[in-house]
Design a protein around this ligand. Structure first.
Ligand code: ATP
Length: 242
């Protein structure tokens, strides 16, 4: 894999005269896990869409680009807020959808291994309608990891999971995406405190960084003192921003 690039955004996004995001500046460091939180509607998903090249219908007055000055196209995997599973494909076919779209032979062995890691090995032949919400989200996570890209954009990837499964999937994602550039949108301060090497809060006033200095490597234990302290500070900041 080529070295993952850092990400840089500056500017404002509008649609039909409405402002969706900004003006704001933010960076996600190369090879690091950055968490992004903030009140609903401040433009977090819009920011991910800009980096994923999905903002054609929007007007970006500024730039959303890789810091190595090479195109982001082909280097990004997006796990969107809605799982986007195609209802007529099986779970395994959904995981390998990217390969199919690129007219590559799907690697079923790799897909099955990832499905086993997200706990869906026995459901690989089911259609999405026969999965629970949490199972669908895990299938979408497997599809994102299957893409094996240097940059991962994760939009509330664990929001439908129970506490124990969420912790397991956080551990899995931290392991699979180690060394990649990850920009992870979440509403959960405890999740950001576990996974964020950098933690950013987006409000109408701009971006603010919540320090994690001295925190251990990720994934951090959910009940470690440093994790709980960061969760508390972050929760307080989000309450102030509401
Ligand atoms: N295609 C669009 N056209 C017009 N407005 C849009 C469009 N998509 C999103 N918006 C608006 O842009 C703003 C930012 O939306 P976005 O989904 O990026 O916010 P968010 O911070 O991710 O919110 P949440 O935390 O609720 O997921 C919202 O006010 C939303 O209503």
């Amino acid at each position: 894999m080529t070295p993952p690039p850092g990400l840089a955004f500056s500017g404002r996004v509008t649609a039909g005269g409405s402002v969706l995001l900004g003006p704001v500046e933010m960076q996600a460091a190369a090879g690091r896990w950055t968490c992004l939180l903030g009140p609903s509607g401040t433009g977090k998903s819009t920011l991910l869409h800009c980096f994923a090249g999905l903002a054609e219908a929007l007007t970006l007055d500024g730039r959303a680009e890789a810091q190595d000055d090479r195109p982001l196209q082909g280097r990004v995997a997006l796990m969107a807020q809605s799982d986007g599973l195609l209802p007529w494909l099986t779970v395994q076919e959904n995981v390998t959808l990217g390969a199919r779209l690129r007219r590559r032979r799907p690697d079923r062995t790799r897909a099955q291994a990832l499905l086993a890691r997200v706990g869906l090995a026995d459901l690989a032949r089911r259609k999405p309608h026969a999965l629970s919400g949490g199972q669908r989200q895990r299938a979408a996570l497997a599809r994102t990891l299957y893409e094996d890209r240097p940059v991962a954009l994760l939009d509330e990837p664990f929001s439908a999971l129970d506490v124990a499964t969420r912790a397991q999937m956080q551990d899995l994602a931290a392991s699979e995406l180690r060394g990649r550039t990850v920009l992870h949108v979440t509403h959960d301060p405890a999740e950001a405190a576990r996974l964020g090497e950098r933690i950013l809060v987006l409000t109408a006033a701009g971006i603010e960084e919540i320090g994690t200095d001295g925190a251990p490597p990720i994934p951090r234990a959910p009940d470690a003192g440093a994790t709980l302290a960061t969760t508390g500070r972050l929760t307080r900041r989000l309450l102030e921003a509401a």
